[in-house]
Design a protein around this ligand. Structure first.
Ligand code: ATP
Ligand code: MG
Length: 435
């Protein structure tokens, strides 16, 4: 009987889980500061939803969906699939709640696991985590810029080097001209295109630019930014200006596309400048036609999704790890109650505290305290209780003093505050320097 985990799935234990938690906590805090509300939607949806939003011809829908339950009716449209991405479910929920008509301007974030059946490798898993934000009812360029500013705030908090690549795909008016030009270019270069691109050419020529094989060839392909109408050009210029004001490091990538008709204008990707094959950390863009395509009102939309696992790969587990401020050691049963009570007071003061097992000897407990990296041990024996004292042992300096029980919390708090318990705790958001 096989009881091991499935290929492409992971158990995240201790520091590995911690890194994801740090990223999620900080991303949530940034969303809070931008007045973005949480939305939780199901992990299981109808296949139809993704066929109509992610795209029937996309790799995600054609090759990567996990089908959990086949529907009795034959077309497959109602098959139940694990979500491969967050946006379609959020858009569905927004429409289903009637908000597209009653209160269209909304700002949401979501966070959770996504599932794609693809070939596992470093930074590419079959279950992975995304943190995403969606703005509805905001057709203006400043909404696009604010999304990228949010990611940049996270970048600065985590002290990472990332670059933003941006592009504009135009809208329903000017994109058809670009599409036509790309189609003609593709037909002219047919013999040089890879097998997959032969398919892409007639079905969805924009995806030619997404090809990982024909990279060199597509450098000579038409660029969407050369076909923008005046309104799309002004929108793109405004996004870039706002990014420059906010000092978000960015460059134009004319190969960046999202292959569906619902996507319009801004498309962006955030790449890690450190080496590594899976360098795309986040992706996003404007999807002004999507709400309507899924049966809602014609409401503008724009958003992004961060690959939390890939961001975690760029972080140092030591820097973001945490160690206990203190352990409590109770010697004898009557000391146990005093120790439990004191540990509660210490937690209330914001300290990270672990009460150790009372069933072992002092020597073994001090070894244990050292192993888990505690800064202090607070030792309480019967004798100390009667005198209202405790033993405070500094495990880093191997010194020990008797101190009044009533003062020990304050003493530890003062000392750990002056020496941060992890480097990551010291990192904080700094505003751009030119303000
Ligand atoms: P890629 O080109 O790397 O396959 P993608 O275009 O499929 O990425 P999106 O659908 O735009 O990715 O998802 C947004 C982010 O989610 C990506 O930038 C990446 O960081 C992360 N991501 C996507 N697929 C995976 C995966 N299988 N494992 C881990 N992270 C992933
Ligand atoms: Mg992919």
């Amino acid at each position: 009987m096989q009881l091991t985990k499935l290929r492409g799935f992971r158990d995240l234990i201790g520091p590995d889980a911690r890194l994801l938690g740090v990223i999620e906590a900080r991303a949530r805090a940034i969303a809070d500061r931008h007045n973005v509300a949480e939305v939780r939607v199901p992990a299981l949806e109808r296949l139809n939803l993704y066929a109509r939003s992610t795209g029937e011809t996309s790799d995600i829908v054609e090759k990567q969906l996990y089908v959990v339950q086949r529907s009795s009716e034959g077309s497959g449209a109602d098959d139940q699939v694990l979500r491969p991405e967050g946006t379609p479910g959020v858009v569905r929920a927004y429409i289903e709640a009637g908000l597209d008509r009653s209160d269209p301007e909304q700002r949401y974030f979501y966070c959770g696991p996504m599932f794609r059946y693809e070939r596992p490798q470093k930074g590419r898993y079959r279950e992975f985590y995304q943190f995403g934000v969606e703005f509805f009812g905001r057709p203006d360029a400043s909404a696009d810029a604010e999304l990228m500013v949010m990611i940049d705030e996270l970048r600065r908090e985590l002290d990472l080097e990332l670059n933003f690549e941006i592009n504009s795909l135009g809208d329903g008016r000017c994109r058809p001209l670009f599409r036509q030009a790309l189609l003609e270019w593709g037909r002219a270069h047919l013999p040089e295109l890879c097998q997959d691109c032969h398919q892409r050419l007639e079905r969805n020529p924009l995806r030619l630019l997404d090809c990982k094989i024909d990279v060199k060839l597509t450098e000579s392909a038409p660029k969407s930014i050369d076909y923008l109408c005046d309104e799309c050009q002004a929108h793109f210029d405004s996004v870039r200006e706002l990014l420059a004001d906010a000092q978000v490091p960015h460059s134009i990538n004319p190969r960046l596309v999202r292959g569906l008709d619902y996507y319009s204008r801004t498309a962006f990707e955030v790449v890690s400048t450190g080496v590594g094959a899976q360098s795309a950390i986040a992706a996003g863009g404007r999807y002004d036609g999507l709400v309507e395509a899924l049966g809602g009102a014609p409401v503008a939309g724009t958003g992004f999704a961060i690959g939390v696992d890939r961001l975690a790969l760029a972080l140092d587990p030591i820097k973001f790890g945490v160690l206990p401020d203190a352990v409590l050691i109770a010697l004898g049963n009557s000391a146990l109650r005093a120790a439990m009570q004191l540990s509660g007071e210490m937690r209330a003061a914001g300290l990270r505290v672990e009460p150790l097992s009372p069933e072992r000897g002092l020597k073994a407990l001090l070894r244990r305290a050292g192993k888990i990296g505690a800064r202090y041990a607070v030792i309480i024996g019967e004798d100390e209780i009667s005198r209202g004292m405790v033993q405070l042992r500094d495990l880093r300096q191997s010194t020990q003093h008797e101190v009044p029980r009533a003062e020990v919390t304050e003493r530890i708090a003062a000392n750990v505050a002056s020496s941060p318990r992890s480097l990551g705790e010291g990192a904080h958001l700094e505003p751009p320097t030119n303000r």
